[in-house]
Design a binder for this molecule. Structure first.
Ligand code: 0GY
Length: 298
């Protein structure tokens, strides 16, 4: 059994979040969250760039029930590399109420993909953030796209502004649905109407297979909690412009934060500011994630 010690500066998730004021609509999906370990059962990957606290499926499901979420989409975290066992164990324990997004290598076999599909995986994540991974050339990811496309999966991409310039032609060559994490990490000190965010909105305008997670206000905000007021105009712009292609999630257990750990109740209370009508809320929280992750159940 491997023993792991979390990084000395690691911030642990809030064990007692506040109860949100906003009532989530029935059937809401937390479409971006992770599980970590526990490391003695599901060891962290040798190539990881951080060692987190353990944050297993039982804690995730307790948070789900406390917040009033119905379902989770569990995204493989980089600390587990391409060993998807912790995520798959969580899917197996969720009674159909969770789907997964895996990390894969290009040599993954069709039978492995078939097993992952049967376990509830519906997407693969490509992470380009250098403090988390050492990114590979486009050809590496292209081989993976070719393998997952026949399963009807989508690709989740996590990048920072500079990567979009460098990788744009590869990203836009992908023919499956493509989900961009955390709005492409905008600099929210810049104007929402400025050229930097316009480049991202144009990407979404021009490519109807692109979706966007309006997630991680705590990661993007300079103003900070509880309202993350500087992130609201950015997320609201995306929700109002692309109402059928947006997803929301908690990002629990909030890896790699250094200043404070957000209260998950405040993360839920961020929603009505970015999706002000019941119709936008239903699309963001229920209809869109169900279409992307549970379409074969409908
Ligand atoms: C997130 C963001 C981060 C980490 C990861 O897989 C990961 O390690 O995604 C981050 O550090 O920005 O989406 O959880």
């Amino acid at each position: 059994m491997a023993a792991f010690t979390m990084d000395a500066d690691w911030l642990v998730f809030d064990p007692e979040p506040s109860r949100p004021t906003f009532t989530l609509p029935a059937g809401s999906v937390d479409a971006h969250c992770h599980v970590f370990g526990p490391g003695d059962v599901f060891p962290y990957a040798d190539e990881r760039k951080y060692t987190p606290c353990d944050a297993g499926k039982d804690r995730l499901f307790a948070l789900r029930d406390f917040l009033g979420v119905e379902r989770n989409v569990i995204v493989q975290a980089t600390c587990h590399g391409s060993d998807n066992r912790a995520m798959l164990d969580a899917l197996a324990g969720a009674n159909g109420r969770a789907r997964g997004v895996a990390t894969l290598r290009p040599d993954v076999s069709v039978s492995e993909l078939s097993e992952l599909h049967d376990a509830g995986v519906r997407g693969v994540r490509f992470n380009y953030v250098r403090r988390l991974v050492d990114p590979e050339p486009d050809s590496y990811y292209h081989r993976i796209v070719e393998k997952v496309a026949p399963f009807g999966w989508h690709v989740v991409i996590y990048f920072e502004a500079a990567d979009l310039v460098e990788r744009r032609s590869f990203f836009t060559s992908i023919e499956t649905d493509v989900v961009v994490d955390h709005m492409g990490r905008p600099d929210v000190t810049l104007p929402v109407d400025g050229p930097a965010f316009a480049a991202f909105l144009t990407l979404m305008d021009e490519h109807e297979n692109f979706w966007c997670k309006v997630t991680c206000p705590e990661r993007l905000s300079v103003a900070g909690p509880p309202g993350f007021v500087d992130v609201v105009p950015f997320a609201r712009r995306v929700v109002e412009r692309f109402p059928t292609r947006v997803l929301w999630g908690t990002d629990w257990p909030h890896p790699n934060l250094h200043d404070y750990m957000p209260d998950d109740g405040a993360i839920v209370d961020f929603i009505p500011g970015i999706a002000p009508t019941p119709e936008l809320q239903r699309k963001l929280l229920v209809d869109n994630p169900m279409r992307l992750y549970w379409r074969d159940d409908q």
